[in-house]
Design a protein around this ligand. Sequence first.
Ligand code: NAD
Ligand code: MG
Length: 398
Amino acid sequence: MLQQGIAILGATGSIGQSTLDVVSQHPDRFRVVALTAFRQIDLLTAQCAQFKPDFAVIADESLAGALTEKLHKVSPDTVVLSGVTGLEQVATDPKVDQVMAAIVGAAGLQPTLAAVRAGKRILLANKESLVMAGALFMQEVQQSGAVLLPIDSEHNAIYQCLPQHAPLGVMPAGVEKILLTGSGGPFRDRPLDQMDCVTPEEAVAHPNWSMGKKISVDSATMMNKGLELIEACWLFGVSPEQIQVVLHPESMIHSMVQYNDGSVLAQMGNPDMRTPISYAMGWPERIGSGVGHLDLFEVAQFNFEPPDLQRYPCLRLASDAMQTGGDAPMVLNAANEVAVEAFLEKRIGFTEIAAVVERALEYWAVESVDNLLQLQTKDQQVRQYSEELIKEMRWARA
Ligand code: NAD
Ligand code: MG
């Protein structure tokens, strides 16, 4: 069997580690060409010792020396690279067939786009890339002929429920609606007047999924579902009105597609990211993932309800931003990233996350997105503005 070379951007994260787990189950199929991390050199070193990649990239350049020293003992043939240029280099390396895009946040955009331009198979976990630069991103996919496969469990489910080999970016004939499911996070039943005392520890403890901190907070505010709604619009060529968010607390149905003949197709399974990851890695074949089968008798019951937009203002803000278009989703994303970090550092309260995002969206005039540089410049400005807002809020509270 011809081995597929894989580069894992964000190897030390939750998705990165699940990807390596799938790789280790199929040593004949996959060869790790590159692993990357932001700052976690100890974990990256341990991963390199096991998988012996050609390249290890540390995004924080100041740690390149320390990583080289550590790798010298356990994986001497691994070449150390650093910074965004290192990430771009491995994302486009000729030995790489597949790129797992699993860096969290806006930092994932540039290396993922580089992989798209190089025509790789892109396993897209980094939803923020599409939220920030959907039009640009999809245009580059069309031009380069890159194969784009969604990793986000909902989008992977939708992809599986669409007609086989339907091109991405256009809604296939016969599809009426996308039913995007979400658990509602840990605070679905918490009284609304107690939402502002939610702590970071409570927010990162998701009831069904084990994930990185940022996406866990996004799941609690349901900004994650909002970002996913935007992601789905770009991936499947639909508008926000063609997407119905459905709360489904059991997280067993990962999303559904409604057709014009009355059929609704759903993809189900245990909530474990190794299913969508292995689906995309093996596509168009099915390969084992290590995930146990779904025991319907044990689940016994599926529940569904519409989301309460008063409880989840972030969901409304995201849907409105997509409706507005231009760079509004980028503003939403930048303000949210800053606000989530401030919440995790206990600088603002839980309900202030939505407040920061709303004020940023009100402040910034909507512009069309013409190129990456323009987008990145404004992204930085929105971040600075959001930090100012947070300082102001703290000052007002003191
Ligand atoms: P995580 O926080 O666990 O891992 C993030 C990875 O990105 C780490 O390897 C980290 O070192 C790297 N990283 C962070 N900042 C960086 C920077 N500035 N430059 C370069 N690398 C950087 O996150 P995660 O939960 O694995 O999520 C990764 C992406 O996948 C996110 O976009 C998330 O929305 C998406 N996603 C995750 C899940 C999940 O179950 N965890 C599900 C669906 C989608
Ligand atoms: Mg998801």
